[in-house]
Ligand binder design. Sequence first.
Ligand SMILES: C[S@@+](CC[C@H](N)C(=O)[O-])C[C@H]1O[C@@H](n2cnc3c(N)ncnc32)[C@H](O)[C@@H]1O
Length: 286
Amino acid sequence: MTEPASVPTGGVVPSGAHAVFAALLEARTGQSLGHNRAWRLETALCPMMREHDCDTLDALALLLLSGRHPGIADRAVEVLLNGETSFFRDPGVFAMVADAIAASAAGRPRLWCAGCSTGQEPLSLAMLFAERGGDMPEIVATDWSDPAIARARAGRFNQFEIQRGLSAARMIRWFDEAGGAHAGDWIAKPELLRPIQFRRANLVFDGPPAGQFDAIFCRNVLLYFAAPARRTVLTRLAGALKPGGVLVLGAGETVIGQSDAFQPSGRYRGLYEPVPRPWAPRAAAG
Ligand SMILES: C[S@@+](CC[C@H](N)C(=O)[O-])C[C@H]1O[C@@H](n2cnc3c(N)ncnc32)[C@H](O)[C@@H]1O
C-alpha cells in the first residue's frame, strides 16, 4: 500500500516556500502560482519532501535555494505543471476546426498543438483527419515537459487514459494492445504517429516552430500564465498563423481582454483569428 499523501504542514502553506516555488515556476514556464493554487504545492511536492527528508515545504525550498541538488528545480517544475488531458477533449471543437481547415487550407494542412501534454490532442487530430480522408496534415506537437513529450512520442496509454474520450471502435481501429511489460496498455498505430512531430519547446522562451500553421491548438495552457507571459505568447501565436488560420483555446479560455493580437472568429464560434496587421513582419515559410 502506498503511504497516504500526508500534509506535513497541516494544510497551511508557508508563504516563504510559496514565494520560492512560485518564482521558480514563473521563471521557467511563465505560469503563475497564485495563492488560490497554493494547495497544489503541498500535494505535488509531498513525494519530493519525503525523498529529501524535508519535514516542511520551507525546508524543501531552502534545499532548492542551497543549490546542493541541481535536479530539484527541474523536478519541482515538472510536478507543479498540470498535464491534464484526454482524447477528443471538447469534441465539438475538433469537427469545427477540420471544417475551418477544409475551407481555407491550400495543400497539406499544418497544425500546431502547443502544450500537447502526453499527446492525446495531436493523436485525436490525426485520427479525425485520417477518418475524413484527403490530405493528412503535418502536426507539430510541443510541450515544456520532457517526460510528457517522451510519453507522447511512444504513443502508449494505460487503460484509464485510453478510455477517456475514445470510443471502443476508435480504440480498436487506431491502437494495438501492448504485450510484455506493458500488457494492458494500448499503443497508437504507426500511421497515426507518423504525421506528428513531437518536440520539447517552451512557449514563453522559444520561438514558434518554423513555418506557418492553418490552426494552432493552445488549449488549457494559457489560463495558468501570468498576464504578461500570456500576452507575449498570444502575439507569437498570431505571427505563426497563415492568413485565414485559426487559434483554438480551451473551453473556459478567451483572448478577450488578454491580447489585441486576436479577435473572435466571425465564421467559427469559439475560435479566434489574428487581427490583420499588414505592416507586421511575416514568419519565414516552412
Ligand atoms: C492542462 S495541459 C493541456 C493539454 C492539452 N492542450 C489539452 O487541453 O488537453 C497543459 C500543458 O501545458 C504545458 N505547459 C505549461 N507551460 C508551458 C510552457 N511554458 N511551454 C510549453 N508547454 C507548457 C504543460 O506541461 C502541460 O502539458
